[in-house]
Design a protein around this ligand. Structure first.
Ligand SMILES: [Mn+2]
Length: 426
């Protein structure tokens, strides 16, 4: 199913008058502060976030999964769902595939379909954290770090295949996340595991096409609870450096121990030109994979300050690959993603309002109070009319959740796909 221009236009009708009032009011205030509203709108328009194929169905926990009706069961339907979100939000212009679940039957058809929704293929994701029916070797005790050479070779070959699949679709990067680690002290030799991982990553790296990047994701614990081979940004950073200039660190907001200063990690990586990818979600305790901005919106804003500063000052750092990496256990996944995109754009817009010049002066003068005032003035501005204006002018919905519900999208999907349709993959 897809939405057409007329449907979105009609859903906007009752909101246009109030929106115009709110936008003009905010716009005047921002212009009076010396901000370039058109430039901010342009930046919001070009900011596109990839949706991973595993986020379109109901998530779950180790205790159970409660499926959501009308889930996409095939790759084509997953692309259609991202198309729906993009049509309303104008912010989800990319899809990130997970192999082996999303191997296209027909590459041209899949490429054409994505193109018709105005979507590109972002980073492809490999999977060596569970065994497939056809697998010869088992990843029970690790993949790229495994003591057994045959297991490492199978995992390397899988990653190379993922690169080949992505290359045929026009992707330009691969994300490697490893579940490798140990549950108990003594189970693994830390140095051997790290060395195996580095050598395996180097082999995958050697298979990258010229214009590709490799993103190395880190995570402190889970599914292993004593140690993880790539436990933190420092380990990812040193592995990326060992591989070469096309390898980068990927920051996933949920992959840190509680209260880690993520904005400082972002600043450090960008200053060294090594922040390649970024995964959005939110958490209270661990890798909770909750809706972005639902728990710690101020932290998200501070992280965006570091990102905006880095994008403006660290020209040697590539433009990062943005993706939502969350699990939707209770909400309609599409509504949850719409909320996430709104929260991301909100934090980004607020960071764009920050008076960098005034902040620099206040920092030089050690005006601690002044620094806080400047930062919080940006944070306390209600930027929602800016986001609505960006969407409205791009042909999207002034109020995406409202439009999604008014247009009865979920009901239509259930009608089309049935109540028992279940999304494949993780
Ligand atoms: Mn992730």
């Amino acid at each position: 199913m897809r939405l057409n221009e007329e449907q979105v236009f009609n859903a906007n009708t009752s909101h246009v008058e109030n929106h115009n009032k709110a936008f003009n009011y905010l716009s005047e205030k921002l212009i009076a502060k010396g901000l370039n509203v058109d430039l901010i709108l342009q930046k919001l328009t070009t900011f596109q976030v990839a949706i991973p194929s595993w986020a379109l169905g109901a998530g779950g926990t180790r205790f159970g999964r409660f499926s959501f009706k009308g889930e996409p069961s095939a790759l084509e339907q997953k692309i259609d769902d991202v198309g729906l979100i993009h049509k309303l939000t104008k912010t989800a212009g990319a899809i990130s595939l997970h192999i082996p679940w999303d191997i296209p039957q027909n590459y041209n058809t899949v490429k054409e379909l994505a193109k018709s929704h105005d979507l590109i293929f972002d980073a492809v994701n490999s999977n060596t954290f569970q065994d497939q029916k056809v697998s010869k070797e088992s990843y029970k005790y690790g993949s790229l770090s495994n003591y057994n050479k045959a297991v490492r070779e199978q995992a390397i070959a899988h990653n190379k295949e993922v690169i080949d699949i992505g290359n045929k679709l026009g992707s330009k990067s691969i994300t490697v996340w490893l579940a490798d680690g140990a549950n108990f002290p003594g189970q693994n030799n830390f140095q051997t595991a790290l060395e195996h991982t580095q050598n395996s990553l180097k082999e995958i790296y050697a298979h990258l096409p010229e214009d590709w990047k490799m993103f190395i994701e880190y995570k402190p614990y889970e599914p292993n609870f004593y140690s993880t081979v790539i436990q933190d940004w420092g380990t990812s950073f040193l592995l990326a450096n060992a591989c070469g200039e096309k390898a980068y660190t990927l920051v996933d907001l949920g992959h840190h121990l509680p209260n880690t200063n993520i904005e400082q990690i972002v600043a450090t990586l960008m200053s060294k030109g090594k922040l390649g990818g970024f995964h959005f979600n939110d958490s209270k305790y661990g890798d909770d994979d909750l809706t972005v901005g639902s728990i710690k919106p101020y932290a998200l804003f501070l992280i965006f300050n570091a990102l905006v500063y880095g994008m403006e000052h660290n020209t040697h750092n590539p433009y990062p690959s943005w993706m939502i990496d969350a699990s939707h256990n209770l909400k309609d996944p599409l509504e949850d993603l719409i909320q996430s995109l709104e929260a991301i754009q909100e934090a980004y817009a607020k960071a764009l309002l920050l008076d960098q010049k005034a902040l620099k002066i206040a920092q030089k003068e050690n005006d601690v109070v002044g620094c806080q005032e400047i930062i919080q003035d940006a944070y306390r501005t209600d930027v929602r009319p800016l986001l609505a204006q960006m969407r409205y002018k791009s042909g999207g919905a002034i109020k995406p959740i409202d439009a999604y519900r008014t247009l009865q999208v979920r009901n239509k999907l259930i009608k089309e796909r049935g109540s028992n349709s279940i999304a494949s993959g993780l």
